[in-house]
Design a protein around this ligand. Structure first.
Ligand SMILES: [Zn+2]
Ligand SMILES: [Zn+2]
Length: 139
C-alpha cells in the first residue's frame, strides 16, 4: 500500500494501539492485519431510539419495542454496501420477518423501504452513483 516503509507518526500510533490491545505482545497476532476494515456508521434512515421504521412509516404508530431487529435494506451481494452506507433500519419482528407486511414477506414493503433508502442516499449522491453501487435504481 501507499507509504509503506515511510516513518510517520500516524503509523507509530497505530502500532502503539495494537501493542496495547495485544497486552504486551511484541507483534500483533498472525492474520490481524488481513481483516478487511468495513465501516459501520449508524443508520442514515432513522434514529436508533426503539421505534420500528415500518410501524412509523406504514402504520403511523410510534410504539417503542424492546426487541427490534436490524435489517439491511439491500441484502445479498449488496449487504456490505448497505452496512457501509448506513442503509439499515430497525424493525419490530412483525415488520421484519413474521407478519404478512414484513419486509421479508412482502415485495411491496421491500420496495417501499428500498425506494426510501435510495432517496435518502441520493441527498448526497447521484442516481448514477446509486446504480453503480447497488445495481439498479428503485425510484
Ligand atoms: Zn413494526
Ligand atoms: Zn432483514
Amino acid at each position: 500500500m501507499n507509504g509503506e516503509g515511510i516513518k510517520d507518526p500516524t503509523a507509530d500510533q497505530a502500532v502503539a494501539n495494537v501493542m496495547r490491545k495485544t497486552s504486551g505482545l511484541l507483534f500483533p497476532k498472525a492474520g490481524a492485519k488481513k481483516k478487511r476494515r468495513i465501516r459501520h456508521p449508524p443508520s442514515i434512515l432513522q434514529e436508533k431510539d426503539g421505534r420500528c421504521f415500518l410501524c412509523m412509516l406504514l402504520d403511523d404508530n410510534n410504539i417503542y419495542w424492546p426487541d427490534l431487529e436490524r435489517h439491511h435494506v439491500f441484502g445479498g451481494p449488496n449487504r456490505t454496501a448497505s452496512e457501509e452506507e448506513g442503509l439499515t433500519v430497525y424493525l419490530c419482528p412483525r415488520h421484519h420477518r413474521t407478519g404478512p407486511t414484513g419486509v421479508h414477506n412482502s415485495r411491496k414493503t421491500d420496495l417501499i423501504v428500498k425506494g426510501y433508502a435510495e432517496a435518502a442516499w441520493e441527498q448526497n449522491h447521484t442516481p448514477e452513483e446509486f446504480r453503480e453501487k447497488f445495481g439498479r435504481n428503485y425510484l
